[in-house]
Design a protein around this ligand. Structure first.
Ligand SMILES: [Zn+2]
Length: 292
């Protein structure tokens, strides 16, 4: 399912295709896709120009003229796909945004866990446009000041060692459990947590608080570098084809996975077999020789 690199790929695609264009009409047919508020509320965006597309963790933040923000989360199987007005409508299309010039943006989601909603600025923000740009490095954590997103930790793509150290210090939970906890770090899921732990040479089931300062520094650097490399490769598309970019094309970072779903295959660093481990309700793939 989509994690930060996939969301970032869709974000840049959305900005390239629709930014600066005006929303002519929005139609919502999937009641579950817009479940946080009345679906009709989305129609208040009609006539407005898309002024920017931000992202925090796995959340996409479409910013409109005058300040409103529409949040999109793909969850398990959601896809945002570009289309032209006459194109056949795919099964499981739950919302269609028709732009004045760039054609349609369609939200397709077979499993219906994904969602769209309008987020209002949280208390204390004042009346200006919401600050929805990606979290700045060293910002000290926390999600955007928007309804439904304030619980999020700092964005993983720009995580610094001090923030990560503060999040892990004293915690007895397994490292992987915290890396995928969106309140701790926004954007990392099952696939990238394993790849990040491999890159940092740390065992995913180690107690998070047992990491030395140098290890946390390495972990922060690996988090940024693995996610950045995955963005260059336009994300990971697994056998289920669940993730596609705005044009319906797969990503290619799965070809660079070092450990994820590679149990029994040789580790790219030492040649010994990658192992799968189960701890609590969680699974992880790692190399027992290379990761400590
Ligand atoms: Zn190895």
């Amino acid at each position: 399912l989509p994690e930060l690199p996939e969301a970032e790929t869709v974000r840049s695609d959305l900005a390239r295709v629709y930014q600066g264009d005006r929303l002519a009409r929005i139609s919502v047919t999937g009641r579950r896709t817009v479940r946080r508020h009345r679906p009709e509320l989305l129609r208040t965006l009609e006539g407005l120009t898309l002024t920017g597309v931000g992202r925090h963790g796995k959340y996409l933040l479409l910013q409109w003229e005058g300040g409103p923000v529409m949040v999109a989360h793909l969850r398990m199987s959601g896809q945002l796909l570009s289309a032209q007005a006459g194109d056949p409508v795919a099964l499981h299309t739950h919302a269609v945004l028709r732009f004045a010039h760039a054609g349609e943006l369609r939200f397709v989601d077979p499993r219906t866990f994904g969602e769209l909603f309008i987020a209002a600025p949280g208390p204390g923000l004042g009346s200006g446009p919401a600050p929805v740009a990606n979290a700045a490095p060293g910002r000290g954590g926390g999600g955007p000041n928007l309804t439904g997103l304030a619980h999020l930790g700092p964005d993983a793509l720009s995580i610094g060692a001090p923030d990560l150290h503060a999040a892990l210090a004293g915690r007895r939970a397994p490292l992987k459990a915290l890396l995928v906890d969106q309140r701790v770090l926004a954007g990392v899921g099952n696939i990238y947590a394993d790849e990040i732990c491999f890159e940092a040479r740390l065992r995913p089931h180690r107690a998070a608080g047992s990491l030395a300062r140098a290890e946390v520094t390495r972990l922060a650097a690996s988090t940024r570098s693995v996610l950045a490399a995955a963005i260059v490769a336009r994300g990971s598309t697994l056998a289920d084809n669940g993730y596609q970019d705005l044009s319906g094309r797969p990503g290619s970072f799965q070809l660079q996975h070092q450990v994820y779903a590679r149990a029994g295959l040789p580790c790219g660093r030492c040649g010994r077999p990658v192992q799968r481990i189960i701890f609590g309700a969680r699974r992880a793939y790692f190399c027992p020789h290379c990761q400590r």
